[in-house]
Structure formats: C-alpha cells, structure tokens
Design a protein around this ligand. Structure first.
Ligand SMILES: Cc1cc2nc3c(=O)[nH]c(=O)nc-3n(C[C@H](O)[C@H](O)[C@H](O)COP(=O)(O)O)c2cc1C
Ligand SMILES: [Fe+2]
Ligand SMILES: [Fe+2]
Length: 398
C-alpha cells in the first residue's frame, strides 16, 4: 500500500493507512488503524479527489508525483473539509500552484478559515459537471453527511461514486484496498462502529442522500475511509441504508455501571433470563470499562437495549451518563428499551434513565418492569429481572 493502486484503468487510489493515531477525532479508539482514501483520475485533465491527514502528506504526495511525473495536477475535488481529508491541501498547492480547488459555496469559507486559501477555487453547484476528457465528474451536494459542506462526486465512465465519509469505516486496509479481497465481517463491524460514532446523528440526511443517489448506476463506491467497494457496492449501500433507518436485528445490548457489584448482579440476572427466553445475541457491557464506540456499534445492530446504573451523588454513574448523552445526541429511536438501577438512600439513577426515555427525541418503546433496587438485589428484584427479560424477549423477537 506504499504505492498508488489502480481502481480502474485510469483511476488510482492514492490514500494512506494510518496505523499510528490512537484516537480518531481524539476520541474514538483506532486499535486497527484507519485509512484516509484519496483518488487520482488520469485524463487530459488530471483530477485528485480529496487529500489525507496532514501527518501523512509526504507519502501521499510521493504517490501523486510518481503517477504524474512532470504532468500538472489540474483539479482537487474537495468532497469534505474535515482535516483528515483536507490536511494536505496547503502542501499540495505548494507543489502544484496552478491547481484549481473544486468545492461548493460552503467549502469556500472552510478553505479560507482553515488554510487561508482564497484563490484558485472553482465553486460548483448541485448537478454541475466537469469534463476531464474521457471522464466526466458530476457533483451531488449532500449537506450534513456529516459536515455542512459535504458533497459526493460521481464519475460517469466507470460509474464510481466518490462518497466522502459516507459508506466509510474504521480500520486500515490490510493488504488490499478492495472489500471483496478483505475480511468482510471485520470491515463491516468497523464500518458500523464508524457509522454509529460519526454519521448516525445525521441519519435522516443519509437517507435523503441515499434516495437521491438511488437513480445513479453505481458500480464502485470509493469512500474516504475503509475499503473500496468495487464488485459489491450494494453490500455497503444496504448496510448504511439499514443503519440510518434504524433497522435492527434480534438481540439485546445490556450496559451497566456499577461500583460495588449490586447493579452488575441485576445486569447478569437479566442476561441469564434473556438466554432462557431464547435470545441468542446478547452483548453485556460494563460502561466504565468499555469504550463508548463499541457500545454504540452494537446498539446500532440490535433491537433491544437495557441500561442500568447505580446512583452516584444523586445522579447516573458518569460512564453511563456518557452513553446516555451520546444516545440523546444521536436521537436514538426504534429500540426496545429496558431500564434498571440501584441506590441505598434516595434513588436517582433510575429517575435519570426514565427522563432519558421521556425525552422527546428518544422514540423507543419502554419495557416493564422498571427495576430500582435498594441495597443489594433481593429475591423480588431477581423476579423482576425474569419479568423484564420475558417482556423484552417477546418484543425483540417480533
Ligand atoms: C460515591 C457514592 C455516591 C453515592 N451516591 C448515592 C446517592 O446519591 N443516592 C443513593 O441513593 N445512593 C448513593 N450511593 C449508594 C449506591 O448508589 C448504592 O449503594 C448502590 O447499590 C451501588 O450500586 P453498585 O454496587 O452497583 O455500585 C452512592 C455510593 C457511592 C459510593
Ligand atoms: Fe468527516
Ligand atoms: Fe473522514
């Protein structure tokens, strides 16, 4: 992956694998790295689609120079200005001063604001086209997937959709850039983790973009992260469609926060009873010890979600509060919700979970009973766990 890799005869992947950054956006863990994909189209006019994070600009420029020799780079198409893709723009301009930067009206302010670039910008509107020779590029504005200036670029000859972050995923590319040559199950999980952390909040905009793009004959999805979907674009389109429309599978995610084990006992009892009720897919997470991104990933897979917390200074246990805040931010909906908690003097955690459920942006179905246990869970509490599991299983299986 140290050289440019052909996607089609004249379109090259010139991206990089980042195996050094620990946290994407300084928050989401990257145990398997991440790829910043960029693409070069060789024609009478040469166009580059997006760049890479600034830390990788040297090897990125080397790939481009090797392909171009002393040829000019005519256009840089900027689908998205987040610095993981725009970071090398200044360096690129320094090497190719005649380069014209192509973006939409909103891109212009970002170029100036981030990099002080005011000149040599070609502003395109939705539906505009640029002819490169054999290749023709069309631009589709897809605002808020996941930034305001986001757009996608469609190449007609080979029917390639350069989709920006949409259809992207975490994980560096291990030996091939093509999804059908890679461990699909692994990359799908990492794509769902990426979707749930980065894109899920903008699900309605993803749906809007999907219905606009449905009319395009797309043979290749070339996103800015994750594999290139060359022979199976429908695979990732279908997944993004499902995730952004809250289509979930039979299964339950249980997340709990517990200091001394009382709340944990309830979580375990619910899980055991879910298994007895025939639920095969159960993810049970200690919120304090599991990164948020893995909980979100699985919440975007399964229909059932059961959240429990001990009461901590009258409130939710902070790691559970972080999950609840992330779910509110993403306007979680269409999940079957169970809640439980524990306290020893005046309950607080369950009240907070109840008000999460009551929030107008949370459109989930609440399953009874709501369990609020004082001191260590007794026999009555365990009976309530059986009831909650039975009721949850019945709805999740529907
Ligand atoms: C630092 C701390 C703060 C707590 N704050 C409250 C509280 O505000 N209200 C309450 O009823 N219990 C409070 N508790 C008691 C616990 O919520 C209660 O013992 C619960 O059963 C602990 O669950 P766990 O064993 O899952 O950690 C607090 C306990 C600790 C250690
Ligand atoms: Fe982005
Ligand atoms: Fe990105």
């Amino acid at each position: 992956m140290n050289k440019a890799i052909p996607v089609t005869e004249k379109i090259y992947w010139v991206g990089v694998n980042d195996r050094e950054t620990d946290l994407f956006e300084s928050i989401w863990p990257l145990p398997h790295g991440v790829a910043y994909n960029a693409y070069l189209i060789l024609d009478q006019k040469v166009a580059l689609i997006d760049t890479v994070k600034i830390t990788y600009q040297d090897s990125f420029l080397d790939k481009i120079k090797e392909l171009l020799g002393d040829k000019e780079l005519d256009y840089l198409i900027v689908n998205h200005m987040e610095p993981d893709h725009s970071g090398a723009i200044k360096a690129l301009r320094a090497v190719y001063p005649r380069l014209e930067i192509v973006g939409n009206k909103k891109t212009v302010d970002f170029l100036n604001g981030f990099y002080g670039i005011k000149d040599g910008i070609k502003v395109v509107k939705d539906g505009d086209q640029i002819e490169l020779g054999q290749h023709k590029l069309s631009f589709y504005l897809t605002p808020m997937v996941h930034w305001p200036e986001t757009m996608m670029t469609y190449e007609e000859k080979n029917k390639v959709l350069f989709s920006g972050d949409a259809f992207g995923g975490y994980a560096a590319l291990n030996g091939s850039i093509f999804a059908d040559q890679l461990d699909l199950a692994f990359y799908e999980e990492e794509s769902r983790r990426y979707f749930s952390t980065i894109v899920a909040k903008y699900s309605p905009m993803v749906q809007k973009a999907l219905s606009r793009l449905a009319g395009l004959d797309t043979k290749i999805i070339a996103s800015t992260h994750g594999p290139v979907w060359k022979n199976n674009p429908e695979h990732i389109i279908n997944r993004y469609d499902r995730w952004s429309s809250n289509q979930t599978e039979e299964g339950v995610v249980i997340v709990y926060g517990s200091m001394y084990g009382n709340t944990k006992v309830i979580a375990e009892a619910i899980a055991e009873n879910l298994v007895k009720e025939g639920i095969a897919k159960i993810c049970l997470y200690d919120a304090a010890r599991t990164d948020l991104s893995y909980m979100l990933r699985d919440i975007w897979q399964y229909r059932g979600l059961i959240v429990g917390s001990c009461t901590y200074n009258t409130e939710l246990f902070p790691p559970v509060a972080a999950l609840i805040s992330a779910l509110l931010n993403r306007r979680i909906e269409q999940r079957v919700l169970g809640i439980f908690g524990s306290y020893s003097w005046s309950s607080g955690a369950v009240k907070a979970l109840q008000s999460f459920y009551d929030n107008q942006n949370v459109k989930c179905e609440l399953i009874t009973p709501v369990i609020d246990a004082k001191y260590a869970p007794n026999g009555d509490v365990i009976t309530q766990c059986e009831q909650l599991a039975r009721n949850m299983a019945a709805v999740v299986k529907k």
